[in-house]
Design a protein around this ligand. Structure first.
Ligand SMILES: Nc1ncnc2c1ncn2[C@@H]1O[C@H](COP(=O)(O)OP(=O)(O)O)[C@@H](O)[C@H]1O
Ligand SMILES: [Mg+2]
Length: 213
């Protein structure tokens, strides 16, 4: 069986990841693809527990970037083993809301952890189940702050100030320009309308899914 495709949706909180994953997953299913959606950290029960632990330790200021990188990596390992690799083996398209690219943006660019360490550990835990593409929904820190005010979820990272979000936005842009992690990055202007953003993502995916491998 042909291996599926592993696509990461990236961007700061409020950039439109959840909105677009829903639209794109229905679109791909209509086209006859087998699609699964997931999120990182989490996606499976054990990793969701680690997600809760990281969030709690963070809220109590008991953990810095290195500790978070270590815990995110354990969660990622479990998730890849139990969920991502079997799905890819079964020929499915895996759409994930965040991946190690978020660890690079948050614990690396915004919090000062080592990008090299994040890349090395992530490659070690993901091995052959490494993403085929990263779609970055690029929005300014200002738009991110505004959209998140209307739509608060449980994410402790969303409580950070504008300076933190400026570091995230510029970190994401630098990673996309430099092809961080040996990944194929696509940047979409996330400030356009929901329909326009979806149309751009569909074009990118058509290209990726047409690739012969
Ligand atoms: N392109 C867009 N234009 C305007 N509002 C948007 C757009 N995409 C998403 N939103 C809105 O912004 C908020 C955050 O979107 P969401 O998809 O939850 O972002 P994320 O999952 O990246 O945090 C939601 O209220 C959503 O309806
Ligand atoms: Mg979301």
């Amino acid at each position: 069986m042909k291996r599926g495709k592993f696509i990461v949706f990236e961007g700061v909180g409020g950039s439109g990841k959840s909105t677009q994953i829903e639209i794109i997953s229905s679109w791909l299913k209509e086209k006859g693809y087998k699609v699964v959606t997931t999120r990182e950290p989490g996606g499976i029960r054990s990793a969701e527990k680690i997600r809760e632990l990281i969030f709690k330790l963070r809220q109590k200021q008991l953990i810095g970037p290195e500790g978070q990188i270590a815990l995110f990596s354990v969660a990622r390992y479990l998730w890849v083993e139990e969920f991502v690799r079997p799905a890819l083996k079964a020929g499915k398209i895996v759409l994930t809301d965040r991946c190690h690219t978020s660890t690079a943006a948050y614990q690396g660019y915004a919090e000062g952890g080592s990008l090299k360490q994040i890349e090395d550990i992530s490659k070690a835990v993901m091995e052959d189940a490494y993403p085929d593409a990263v779609i970055l929904l690029d929005v300014s820190a200002e738009v991110s702050m505004r959209r998140r005010q209307q739509d608060l979820d449980d994410d402790p990272f969303d409580k950070e100030g504008v300076a933190y979000f400026e570091r995230l936005v510029s970190g994401y842009r630098r990673m996309a320009r430099g092809g961080w992690g040996g990944l194929k990055w696509f940047v979409v202007d996330g400030e356009k309308s929901i329909d326009e953003v979806a149309a751009s993502i569909k074009e990118i995916l058509e290209e990726i899914l047409d690739e012969k491998d």
